[in-house]
Design a protein around this ligand. Structure first.
Ligand SMILES: Cc1cc2nc3c(=O)[nH]c(=O)nc-3n(C[C@H](O)[C@H](O)[C@H](O)COP(=O)(O)O)c2cc1C
Ligand SMILES: Nc1ncnc2c1ncn2[C@@H]1O[C@H](COP(=O)(O)OP(=O)(O)O)[C@@H](O)[C@H]1O
Length: 273
């Protein structure tokens, strides 16, 4: 914290293209200050680190929400003694009841305040809540455009029903905590296994297995051969294929999955993984 000369402030769930516009204003001794509500579910807590090279410092909203404007700026100057520049967005509010804006920041802070203009995509203002809404509708393409990267979730490997490898297609089953799950359905995805450096082409299912045991599952089928997953995997969403469906027979389910695999393979062929 001692060497930091500039900071960007916000919740930064998603680390989307609006957030990145703020980071672009930071110098090499710049850092990201996350005001953590505990509700982030696009890039929960430490996962924000993947999307910036800047250091990240976390402040718990609960610890600072009582501060007035002056108290907040004092805290920043104490934590970052060499602070010269604060970067915020056009709609940034802070302090008790969010009643202070960048104008107050300019008055209270004895240094430079950079206010980044509204970042839009297709004339639509980019915000985390809109990304969540898109994911909940299965619109992963739209969400990815706002994010500037493919939406990615991380899960711990768990045992499946064992049906996949014997009667259908082998899948890695995951238990996912903290991340928002896109709408139930089938997706073109890429999957990273344990600490491997590359992503595998894959097709993933999220939902209640209404055709088999009815239980909820997040599972991914790897397209480029057999793999061993020990502990965890991450799924990056590329496109939506179809809704979750109830099939009357294992043959019908198998045929549908075969079509999903063909679609995913075709779409991913054009991507360098
Ligand atoms: C690409 C793909 C699509 C799937 N689509 C559906 C579906 O539409 N409806 C459904 O009930 N289950 C679907 N499933 C889940 C299968 O029922 C599941 O893979 C099977 O129950 C085996 O599960 P296991 O890996 O736990 O053994 C799909 C699975 C995959 C990999
Ligand atoms: N679309 C945007 N354009 C410019 N700045 C933005 C945009 N979205 C967020 N910001 C800025 O980024 C910081 C983090 O905002 P935050 O409230 O966490 O994002 P969101 O509105 O996406 O939930 C704030 O300083 C905010 O003003």
């Amino acid at each position: 914290m001692k060497e930091i000369t500039s900071i960007a402030i916000g919740g930064f769930d998603g680390m989307h293209i609006g957030h990145q516009a703020l980071f672009n204003e930071l110098g090499c001794d710049g850092a990201v200050v996350v005001i953590d509500t505990g509700y982030a579910n696009l890039t929960p807590h430490e996962y924000r680190k993947r999307y910036t090279d800047h250091k990240i410092f976390f402040f718990n909203l609960e610890d600072i929400r009582h501060l007035d404007g002056e108290g907040f700026v004092k805290l920043l100057c104490k934590e970052f003694p060499k602070l010269q520049k604060i970067v915020v967005g056009y709609d940034f509010h802070f302090g008790k009841d969010r009643k202070y804006s960048y104008d107050d920041l300019k008055e209270l802070f004895d240094g430079e305040v950079v206010v980044v203009e509204e970042v839009k995509h297709n004339n639509d203002s980019v915000h985390s809540h809109k990304i969540r809404a898109k994911l909940q509708l299965g619109d992963v393409k739209g969400a990815n455009e706002f994010l500037g990267h493919n939406y990615t979730i991380v899960g711990e490997k768990i045992q499946g029903q064992g049906l996949g490898s014997s009667e259908l297609f082998a899948t890695i089953n995951l238990k996912v905590k903290d991340f928002l799950l896109p709408k139930e359905g089938v997706y073109v995805t890429t999957t990273r296994i344990d600490d491997e450096e590359h992503y595998h082409p894959s097709v993933s299912f999220i939902g209640h297995r209404v055709s088999t045991d009815g239980s909820f599952a997040v599972e991914t089928h790897i397209l480029d051969g057999e793999v061993i997953c020990k502990e965890k995997a991450e799924i990056s969403f590329v496109d939506f294929i179809r809704d979750n469906e109830k099939f009357e027979s294992m043959e019908a389910l198998k045929e549908a999955i075969q079509k999903d695999i063909a679609k995913a393979a075709k779409e991913l062929k054009f991507l360098a993984l």
